[in-house]
Each structure stands twice: as structure tokens, then as C-alpha cells.
Design a protein. Structure first.
Length: 390
């Protein structure tokens, strides 16, 4: 079976971070790209905040210590950064793999506002703790225990543990990717299977639709990352595969339909996917080719078509080894600039400029890319604040 986490965990000393002034997103509104630095427990881990300036350029602003328990590795699709921008609630949440701890960071102060843990069995010590959320609840995918923890969102970026449920793939795989929209949660497992849950009551309840993805029938591809369209009509799966494979399931019935498979290129691996805010483009991390792919998406039919591929990003195979989660500069249009986590020691953030018109697109790495994250010896997870509206 093709493995997406079979790399060694790197280690590196933390480097002091200088505070740098940045550009505000709109009038007096903060605009950040945030990392989960995932530092192994010999040193304190952290979340690094970068202000976003003109043309999407990043400036390091602050390092927020988040405790010990990182692993500098894990599943590509288990994103360990989640942002909330709802009313007066402006928070970023990060997780610690070994301890299962989740920290809520207040955007206004860039200080820890909340701390929570799940049950005693909840852990992601081998492959991380992924996060997804809405305005009421945060959900944590504990990859070792294969449990989904539910946490109620409280004022001040605090959380209260509600409970957890045990989940498992059809072939015994543990939870991997996770996305939510409205009352539905869609998850992937590390064994070809996918499943959806009803979260209208808070804690997830299976919709009874667990199934193997269509693409996995060939034996060398299986669903890993997942995103959901703004109207909740389609779930889009990025596959771990020797090629750029994406699968789409119609979830308008409230359950997963069998996936439709799209072969979108020959780049190695496609475990992380992210829709643009206008849903015209789907961005894909080619995790082991060091490239980013953009493909065209028809939000009315759910169909995908080939678009464009970046050149291998600067430093690939020399300064860093893999790319992972994606984030966007803007919350409208195509997102402006695509940011991508680059796994190395130290790690970095790649910046790719997007142009799309007339059914054609280009992805061009910024001359200022990459931006170093000296606090991370193995960066896999980044996020943006404010987050995409859906």
C-alpha cells in the first residue's frame, strides 16, 4: 500500500522569533497565516503567526507557545490548525499530537485563551490530531485511538469537552481527513474507506453510509484529504496516489454517494485539497512532487477538469521534502495567493500567485517565496485568519 506518512521525524532547535509589524486585512482587522509548529516534546511547541501584507507577502509577527507534545510528522490530511471568525469570536485552535491537548489562541491578543483535552484514551501520538469546526463545536480526530472528540466552543476561545466516539474504516483503518458543513461531517480512513456523520446534536452519529472509495478499487489510491462545497452538495476527496487523483461524492441527500474519480495529472500524491472561495478552482498539494495543482471545478455539477500545475517549488528535495496543507490569502475570488506548508528542518511556507481567466490558469511561485518557519522541524499544518467563509 502506498504510504503517506512513511518519512522520518526531523528535529531542529527552535530559533528566537522577532516581532515584526505587519499589514492589516482591511481597516483594523487582523490578517494572519498561522502554523502548527509541531515541535517534538524535548522542546516546547508553538503556533507561529505571520501578518499578510500587500500581494500576500508574509512577515513573522509572533510565536505563541502551546505546550509540549508535537511529533514533527503524521498524516498530511489531518490539519492541526482551525480558525473561527464568528461574531465576537476570533480564535485559532491548534492541537498537540502526543498529549491530545488543544489550545485556543485569541486573535486580539495572540495569547492562549482556552485549553482542553479529550478522554484518557484520546491520542494522536503517531499521526497527529486533526481539527475541524463550526461556530458551536470543534471536532478533533485522534488518529491513534481513532476517536472523534467533540468540544463545545465557549467565550474567550475556551473549549469544553463533550464526549468522543470510536470510529474505524471498513478494513480497520484509523481516522485521517475530516471536514464539516452544516449538519454533516465527512471523514476518511487510512484504508480506502470514507464515511459521513450527522452532527446536528453536537456529537457525530454515523449516517450508515461507510464505503470504500471508487478510486481505491485499483489498489494504489485511496481518499485522504476532504473538502465540502459551500452549498453542502459535494464532498471532494484528495487521494494518496502515484498520480493526481481526486474523487467527488454527491452528499445532497445527507449521505455519501459513490465517488466519481478524476485523473488530473501525473504528479505524485494529492492528499491535501482546498476549494477557492468562489469554488472555481480546486487547489491540490502534490505532496511528494513538490508542486501545487489547480483544477477547474463546476459547482453546479461537481465535475472537475484539468487546469495548471506549478513548477517544483524552490528548495524541494534540498531544503525540504514534502508539501502538505494549504491556505489562502483572500476570502473571495480565487483566493489571491495560495500558501503551502513545506516540511523541512527548518520548515517554510511556499507562496504561489494564481491567475485564472477564460478557462486557463497559471500558478507561479512568488519571488519572495518561501518564507522560513524557523520554529518548526516538520511543518504539515497551516491555516489562515480570517478563514474562508465556508
Amino acid at each position: 500500500m502506498f504510504r503517506r506518512f512513511g518519512f522520518s521525524r526531523l528535529s531542529a532547535a527552535l530559533v528566537a522569533v522577532c516581532l515584526v509589524s505587519g499589514f492589516a486585512f482591511g481597516a483594523n482587522k487582523p490578517h494572519y497565516v498561522v502554523t502548527n509548529d509541531d515541535t517534538p516534546p524535548a522542546l516546547s511547541s508553538s503556533a507561529t503567526f505571520y501578518t499578510v501584507g500587500m500581494s500576500g507577502l508574509l512577515n513573522m509577527k509572533a510565536k505563541v507557545l502551546t505546550g509540549r507534545g508535537g511529533i514533527a510528522g503524521g498524516y498530511f490530511a489531518a490539519n492541526r490548525v482551525s480558525a473561527l471568525n464568528s461574531g465576537n469570536a476570533q480564535c485559532v485552535y491548534t492541537s498537540q499530537a502526543q498529549t491530545g491537548e488543544i489550545e485556543g489562541i485569541a486573535i486580539k491578543t495572540l495569547e492562549i485563551g482556552g485549553h482542553a483535552v479529550g478522554s484518557r484514551k484520546d491520542t494522536g501520538a503517531s499521526n497527529g490530531v486533526g481539527l475541524a469546526m463550526n461556530a458551536q463545536y470543534l471536532y478533533a480526530s485522534f488518529t491513534d485511538s481513532s476517536t472523534i472528540g467533540t468540544f463545545r466552543v465557549l467565550p474567550g476561545c475556551s473549549l469544553k469537552f463533550v464526549g468522543d466516539v470510536s470510529v474505524m474504516g471498513l478494513q480497520g483503518g484509523v481516522i485521517d481527513g475530516m471536514a464539516i458543513h452544516g449538519n454533516i461531517m465527512v471523514v476518511t480512513y487510512g484504508d480506502n474507506s470514507i464515511e459521513s456523520f450527522n452532527i446536528s446534536g453536537g456529537e457525530p452519529v454515523s449516517n450508515g453510509d461507510e464505503q470504500n472509495s471508487t478510486g481505491s478499487r485499483n489498489g494504489n489510491t485511496y481518499s485522504s484529504g476532504v473538502d465540502i462545497t459551500q452549498d453542502g452538495h459535494f464532498a471532494i476527496f484528495g487521494d494518496t496516489s502515484p498520480f493526481t487523483i481526486v474523487e467527488v461524492s454527491d452528499i445532497s441527500s445527507g449521505k455519501l454517494a459513490p465517488t466519481v474519480v478524476y485523473h488530473l495529472g501525473n504528479e505524485l500524491n494529492s492528499s491535501n485539497v482546498l476549494l477557492s472561495p468562489d469554488e472555481s478552482l480546486l487547489y491540490i498539494s502534490n505532496n511528494q512532487s513538490g508542486t501545487v495543482t489547480a483544477v477547474f471545478f463546476d459547482k453546479s455539477t461537481g465535475k472537475l477538469s484539468k487546469g495548471c500545475v506549478s513548477r517544483p517549488l524552490k528548495g524541494f528535495d534540498a531544503d525540504w521534502s514534502y508539501i502538505a496543507s494549504l491556505a489562502l490569502d483572500q476570502t473571495t475570488g480565487t483566493g489571491g495567493v495560495v500558501y503551502v506548508a513545506e516540511y523541512g528542518a527548518p520548515s517554510s511556507i511556499g507562496m504561489i500567485n494564481v491567475k485564472s481567466a477564460g478557462g486557463k490558469c497559471t500558478l507561479t511561485e512568488s519571488s519572495r517565496s518561501p518564507v522560513s518557519d524557523p520554529n518548526s522541524p516538520g511543518l504539515l499544518s497551516i491555516g489562515a485568519f480570517p478563514p474562508r467563509p465556508f
